[in-house]
Design a protein around this ligand. Structure first.
Ligand SMILES: N[C@@H](CCC(=O)N[C@@H](CS)C(=O)NCC(=O)O)C(=O)O
Length: 209
């Protein structure tokens, strides 16, 4: 299997960490976002949205990080990242969907303003957007923090796809100035995630965190 990614992309990192945690046989293929390779015809044929990650498994071509996570888990016998019973699956699904709908988009506002604009020379951060992003991050992080007050992992007794989904947007914790310092349960959980071998192996070469 081939996994098209870029090390600065938190969406791609979600898929790569899942592959590493599962020991899935993936070959990582770099798509240089800074050189706009994602907009070249060869890549657009794999994903018309022009975004990483994309997984290629024979005839299966699959964009979208959350779909890739679920696909990789479904293909891995005996894995525990995505539990087998319906009730436990529902809890993992709840947090994956919440991440895609609320947490990642909230963080994206600040990552765009503080990190991406600078990297691509797109001008100064917009103060109104920063205020909006800070409010969204504080609201969503408070909810996750209170959920984590009584548990070590987001959904169940061990790490699941929910944890991987939610941790990767936090890779820009420092560079995007994410206002989460007060959320101690979230911080401890994130420290646990960042200590994992799969996280360490996916740290971007020049740090953006
Ligand atoms: N919903 C997609 C989002 C993918 C995405 O936005 N990827 C970004 C990098 S984090 C990208 O490739 N951007 C390139 C571009 O917009 O040109 C997923 O979860 O995989």
């Amino acid at each position: 299997m081939r996994l098209y990614h870029h090390p600065f992309s938190s969406n791609a990192r979600r898929a790569v960490i899942t592959a590493f945690e599962l020991n899935a046989p993936v070959e990582l293929v770099l798509v240089d976002l800074l050189k706009r390779e994602q907009r070249q015809p060869a890549f657009l044929a794999r994903n018309p949205a022009g975004r990483v990650p994309v997984l290629e498994d024979g005839a299966v071509i699959l964009p979208e990080s959350y779909a890739i996570m679920l696909y990789l888990a479904a293909k891995s016998a005996g894995q525990s990242l995505y539990p087998a019973d319906v009730q436990s699956q529902a809890q993992v699904n709840r947090w994956i969907f919440w991440c895609a709908a609320h947490f990642q988009p909230a963080i994206s506002v600040l990552t765009w303003e503080h990190v991406v604009k600078k990297a691509l020379n797109l001008g100064e951060p917009d103060a109104a957007e920063i205020r909006r992003g800070e409010r969204l991050v504080q609201e969503t992080a408070a909810l996750l923090d209170s959920h984590l007050a009584s548990r070590e992992w987001v959904a169940g007794h061990n790490i699941t796809l929910a944890d991987i989904s939610l941790a990767t947007p936090l890779m820009t914790l420092k560079s995007a100035k994410l206002p989460v310092q007060e959320f101690k349960h979230l911080q401890s959980w994130f420290t646990r995630m960042a200590a994992r071998d799969s996280w360490q192996r996916t740290n971007p070469p020049a740090t953006i965190a």
